[in-house]
Design a protein around this ligand. Sequence first.
Ligand SMILES: Nc1nc2c(ncn2[C@@H]2O[C@H](COP(=O)(O)OP(=O)(O)O)[C@@H](O)[C@H]2O)c(=O)[nH]1
Ligand SMILES: [Mg+2]
Length: 411
Amino acid sequence: MFSFFKRFKGSKEPDATPEESQTAPESVAPAAGAAAPAGTQRSASPASAAAVERPAAPAAPKAAAAPQPASVNGAQAAPTLSRPQTPLQAEPDESALETVEIVPPPLPEASAKKSWLTRLKSGLSKTSSNLTGIFVGTKIDEDLYEELETALLMSDAGVDATEFLLESLREKVRAERLSDPQQVKTALRTLLIDLLKPLEKSLMLGRAQPLVMMIAGVNGAGKTTSIGKLAKHLQSFDQSVLLAAGDTFRAAAREQLAIWGERNNVTVVSQESGDPAAVIFDAVGAARARKIDVLMADTAGRLPTQLHLMEELRKVKRVIGKAMDSAPHEVLLVIDANTGQNALTQVKAFDDALGLTGLIVTKLDGTAKGGILAAIARQRPIPVYFIGVGEKVEDLQPFSAEEFSDALLGG
Ligand SMILES: Nc1nc2c(ncn2[C@@H]2O[C@H](COP(=O)(O)OP(=O)(O)O)[C@@H](O)[C@H]2O)c(=O)[nH]1
Ligand SMILES: [Mg+2]
């Protein structure tokens, strides 16, 4: 499902193995980011965006040439799930933690990848047909820009991102003396990718044991489902996983996670009643005692306007910090892409309350219009670790600005 690699924290030089030299440029920087306080991890600035940028396509041939390709990151590259070699370092520092990074597809099979992209494209087809229809004519005139403005607004991009994209596009058309609407479409694709790129970020594992991830969001956003999918992915990379049933509001929520855990052989820490902070506190203790790699803490859905419930989340976060100094290492918000501009409101409110480190955007397979990511990129650029295009495990995939832009523009 995911390609991945390991390396030692603190190794600065991309010189040990072909796989390391391939991965070092982006892997060193996120590790540094990971050590920073939660609030500073996001890739809002162009500099940090570059730092978290994932392997570019040119790296792929190199990986293919490596004796044992441990990770293949280029979109065109042949898929592999082979384990990475132990880095060829004579005496790794005992205190250095092994780090595993989950990077974007390739999927194991080209057909699986195709079906996943097809879902994304069909999910976003409303927006893409609106957008592509604009560029079928022969003239670049005011009508074209006006139609584009409408289409972008209708895609949930919001006023700010729409204006930004339109202005940049006019500028580009002028500067590059574009004369064909198809060229304008290509220019828009470039601008969209540039805008969304800072949202791309890999999830870095292995930088703490356990790596504690707290998952928040409104009801029905897809928190529990995404936790389940992620747990499966993580297990396939030999990561031991523990789940904390922090949604103590409804017995059904606890059961949902418990049943899922049983089926998938993942331990779920839960309590009959009570305080989510206490449940999660216990779970952190259990994860430490059992040397679990990743602990994911589910929480009850809540609206940002429910201030006492937002305060409860803050408490959960504080208490996690008491159970383990550096934790939580990730505070993720799950948003349903179908909620349009409201999703942006959620991002801002949860971020203000908790200091989010990442987003999971679900249900891009339905009637979502997709432009919301442009709005997020402009107004609260928090990394999008994963996007969901369905209910199956393989329907949760890392976010790629190129793939997403192509899906939006019907590419
Ligand atoms: N189509 C689709 N459905 C999803 C996706 N993610 C979650 N769901 C569904 O959304 C519903 C609510 O999910 P759940 O995880 O229980 O939400 P929670 O309240 O945030 O924990 C469930 O029926 C999920 O199967 C997705 O990416 N695509
Ligand atoms: Mg739930």
